[in-house]
Design a protein around this ligand. Structure first.
Ligand SMILES: Cc1cc2nc3c(=O)[nH]c(=O)nc-3n(C[C@H](O)[C@H](O)[C@H](O)COP(=O)(O)O)c2cc1C
Length: 326
C-alpha cells in the first residue's frame, strides 16, 4: 500500500515541489533530481550548467543551496508520513551525486512528526530585500533559530553591535570588490531576469530591493550599477539583526549540512512571521570569509549571513520543474 502511494506521480511531484522551493544562490537552482523507484530513493544531482564559476569556484554555495533543497525534501517526506534517510555524497564514484534521500518506510509511532508550521513555511518563505522595521525579534525566537542550526549540525553566531558592524564592513568590502571585477559583475547580471522572461531560473528584477540611503546595509547589487535597473534608495532599519551560520569543518559534507541548517533556520524564522535575506558577498573572497569568523572562535568556517526581522514580504521567484527520471 505504501509503495503504491510512494510511486504515485502526484506524491513524488509534491516532494519535488517542496525541494525546489528552497533558496539557491542567484536562484540558479543548481540541482537535478532522479527517482530510483525500486530502491525508493530520490537522488539529488548537481546541475553543472547552473553553477557560478567566478562567484562560487569551489561550489560551496551550490552545496548550501542543494542542502536547503534536501531539508525541504525531508520535511515534505515526513509531512506525507514517510521516514526519510539522507545520505550525503553517497557514492565516491559519482561525484555529481550530491545526496540520496531514501524513504525507508512509514513513520513509526515514536518518530518525530512533521512540524506543520515548518512545512507550511516552505511555500511562504521568500527572500525579502526590502527595509525591515527594526523591531527587535524576541529572544525565544532567536533561541529557536539557534537551536535549529544546531540540530542540523551547524552553528549560529549572533553578533553584538560591534560584531554586526564588523560583518557589515566586511560585506561592504566584498561588495566593492565584486563591483571592481567586471567579469563577476557580468556573471551576476546574467542571472537577473526581466519581468515575463521565458526562464524559470534567475532573479526577476521585481524581487530586488533598493540600496540603503544611509549606505549602512550592503545589500548585493545585482544590477552592476546599471542606473536604469536600480531602484531609488530607501532608509533601512537602524537596528540590523544578523546571524552568521558556520560549521566546525569545511568539507563538502559540511557544506551540505550547512545548507540544511540554513533552511531550518529560515523556515523557523518564517514560521514566526519573520522576513529574511542573505548576505553572502564576504564568503566569496577567501580572506574576507576568514575574517567574518568571530574572534576567539577556533575552527569556525563561516557560510552565510542571515539578516532577519519584521518587514514586507519578499516577491516570489520562479522555479524550474523538478524533472525526475524513473
Ligand atoms: C548560498 C546562498 C547565497 C545567497 N546569497 C545572496 C546574497 O548575497 N544576496 C541576496 O540578495 N540573496 C542571496 N541569496 C538568496 C537567493 O538570491 C534567493 O534564494 C533566490 O533568488 C531565490 O529566491 P527566494 O529565496 O525568494 O526563493 C542567497 C541564497 C543562497 C542559498
Amino acid at each position: 500500500m505504501r509503495d503504491q502511494l510512494l510511486l504515485d506521480a502526484a506524491t513524488v511531484e509534491s516532494l519535488l515541489k517542496a525541494a525546489v522551493a528552497a533558496p539557491s544562490i542567484h536562484n540558479t537552482q543548481p540541482w537535478r533530481f532522479r527517482l530510483d523507484r525500486d530502491r525508493q530513493v530520490l537522488e539529488v544531482h548537481s546541475a553543472p550548467e547552473r553553477t557560478l564559476p567566478l562567484t562560487d569556484p569551489t561550489h560551496r554555495a551550490q552545496y548550501l543551496s542543494v542542502g536547503a533543497a534536501v531539508f525541504n525534501l525531508r520535511l515534505a517526506a515526513v509531512h506525507q508520513g514517510w521516514r526519510p534517510e539522507v545520505r550525503p555524497l553517497p557514492d565516491p564514484h559519482r561525484p555529481g551525486l550530491l545526496a540520496a534521500v531514501r524513504l525507508t518506510g512509514p513513520l513509526a509511532a515514536d518518530d518525530q512528526p512533521c512540524d506543520p508550521g515548518l512545512y507550511e513555511a516552505i511555500a511562504r518563505r521568500h527572500t525579502s530585500r526590502m527595509p525591515f522595521t527594526g523591531r527587535p525579534v524576541p529572544e525565544p525566537i532567536v533561541a529557536e533559530m539557534t537551536a535549529a542550526a544546531h540540530a542540523a549540525g551547524a552553528r549560529l553566531h549572533l553578533p553584538d553591535i560591534a560584531g554586526t558592524r564588523r560583518l557589515l564592513r566586511l560585506t561592504a568590502a566584498a561588495e566593492a570588490r565584486n563591483h571592481a571585477h567586471p567579469d563577476r559583475t557580468t556573471e551576476t547580471r546574467t542571472w537577473l531576469t526581466a519581468p515575463g522572461a521565458d526562464t524559470p531560473y534567475g532573479i526577476p528584477i521585481t524581487a530586488l530591493g533598493p540600496p540603503d540611503a544611509a549606505g549602512r546595509m550592503p545589500m548585493r547589487d545585482f544590477t552592476g550599477a546599471v542606473p536604469a535597473l536600480s531602484r531609488p534608495a530607501r532608509w533601512f532599519e537602524r537596528h540590523i539583526q544578523l546571524a552568521l551560520l558556520w560549521t566546525p569543518h569545511d568539507r563538502r559534507e559540511d557544506w551540505l549540512r550547512a545548507g540544511q541548517a540554513l533552511q531550518y533556520v529560515l523556515l523557523t524564522a518564517t514560521a514566526h512571521g519573520l522576513r529574511t535575506s542573505l548576505l553572502h558577498q564576504a564568503m566569496e573572497w577567501p580572506d574576507l570569509r576568514t575574517a567574518t569568523a568571530p574572534p576567539r572562535h577556533r575552527r569556525c568556517h563561516p557560510h552565510v549571513l542571515i539578516r532577519f526581522g519584521y518587514g514586507p514580504e519578499g516577491a516570489s521567484t520562479p522555479r524550474g520543474t523538478a524533472q525526475s527520471t524513473a
